[in-house]
Design a binder for this molecule. Structure first.
Ligand code: PLP
Length: 402
């Protein structure tokens, strides 16, 4: 039998750590264990009924065929209006790409722009997929540690220190997965000032969590703060998180027309277009009643408050208050070097997370997966009861360390 040899780009990358963690939780549950699952990267709410109804209607009307690579006119219009409301800037259809999730759009953007040796600045902690997406597309991720002391955010000095003449992209993710950190207008302006001196550098601003923002008002936007950068910023978003539509696979990005044309050219050969039914549902999500988004943000806020207060009360753990998304990034430095009741040493956050799984039946994701330890990420896209039960179990497990 012939032996399959994957392409080198496959051996350069890892499978997604969060997908792997979710798979492990499923395995343990299948073995009959009750697991308090704090790994989940998607809303625990169902997609709102009016969005589902729009999908059903699209199916009944026969909107079940290929659409244009650039999406249906209805969805294009809905997205362009949404982006204008979000950024205060006008974008045209030629500046818009619509794909099968923000994840696919980001991947295609790298495929459309990176050649071997091109560098992409990835502030850490980062969403697990960025470095692997860069590697899969022949680029070189340049990971820049952004510690808790700087709010887990890229500073102008750190940016200036990482930029080279090979830099193609800087990634900003606000609100951030895994930390929930949000860049303020002042911070965005300061980064834009640095970027003004590097006209060959593009910025990918991943704003998939923009609506899950606890700061009041609109999330600060880089292109709004620095409109002069508009022709080299790719604003990425989608319907997954705000509308509980992760399974519908619909994301989009707005940016300079030549980049968008390159992305769309690739998309025409990759998937032709996103699902027509998901496009109809997404148009309904963006143009319909926004009560669901408002209500869910308030629910996330109360869960965040409970999670942050509970975790900070655990002796040995600490946690900054996230300003958006539905994650908290918990500092577990106080547990490193300690000994478990079985006599094993907790060397790093991976050991700690395994210890929590064994002793507290709590599943979380180690900070090392996000490029900055010793931390672990919890998701509070789960019920308040589960959050409280998990924190009590974590507390008991941490206090059992010596
Ligand atoms: N960007 C970030 C920061 C994310 O956390 C995720 C999903 O977890 C995505 C993008 C992908 O979103 P989508 O479901 O639109 O592909």
């Amino acid at each position: 039998m012939s032996k399959f040899v994957p392409a080198t780009r496959v051996s350069r990358i890892k499978s997604s750590a969060s997908v792997a963690a979710a798979a492990r939780v499923r395995e343990l549950k299948a073995e009959g264990r009750r697991i308090l699952d704090l790994t989940v990267g998607e809303p625990d709410f169902d997609t709102p009924d009016h969005i589902k109804a729009a999908a059903v209607e699209a199916i009944s009307k026969g909107e079940t065929k290929y659409t244009s690579v650039t999406g249906t006119p209805e969805l294009q219009k809905a997205i362009l209006q949404t982006i204008e409301l979000r950024t205060g800037l006008h974008y045209t259809p030629a500046e818009l790409t619509i794909g099968g999730g923000a994840k696919q759009v980001i991947f295609t953007a790298f495929m459309a722009s990176l050649d071997a040796g091109d560098e992409v600045i990835v502030p850490a902690p980062f969403w697990v997929s960025y470095p692997d997406m860069v590697l899969a597309n022949d680029g070189t991720p340049v990971v820049v540690p952004c510690g808790e002391d700087v709010g887990f955010k890229l500073t102008p000095d750190a940016l200036a220190g990482a930029l080279t003449d090979r830099t193609k992209w800087v990634i900003l993710n606000t609100p951030s997965n895994p930390t929930g950190a949000v860049y303020s207008p002042v911070e965005l302006r300061a980064l834009a000032d640095v970027l003004a001196g590097y006209p060959h550098v593009y910025v990918l601003t991943d704003e998939i969590y923009d609506q899950i923002y606890f700061g009041g008002g609109r999330l600060p936007s880089l292109v709004e703060v620095a409109p002069g950068l508009k022709d080299r910023v790719l604003v990425v978003n989608g319907v997954s998180k705000a509308y509980a539509m992760t399974g519908w696979r619909l994301g989009y990005a707005a940016g300079p027309a030549p980049l968008i044309a390159a992305i769309n050219k690739l998309q025409s050969q990759i998937s032709s277009c996103p699902s027509s039914v998901s496009q109809a549902a997404s148009a309904a999500a963006l143009t319909g009643d926004q009560g669901f988004v408002r209500d869910s943000v308030e629910i996330y806020r109360s869960r965040r408050d409970a999670a942050v207060a509970g975790l900070n009360a655990v002796d040995g753990l600490s946690c900054a208050t996230p300003e958006g998304a539905f994650y908290a990034y918990v500092n577990c430095a106080g547990a490193i070097g300690k000994t478990t009741p079985e006599g094993a040493t907790i060397h790093d956050d991976q050991d700690f997370v395994l210890y929590l799984l064994d002793h507290a039946s709590v599943a979380a994701i180690p900070g090392s997966a996000y490029g900055l330890g010793p931390y672990f990420r919890i998701s509070y896209a789960t019920s308040l009861d589960i959050i409280e039960e998990s924190i009590a179990a974590i507390d008991k497990a941490v206090q059992a360390l010596s």
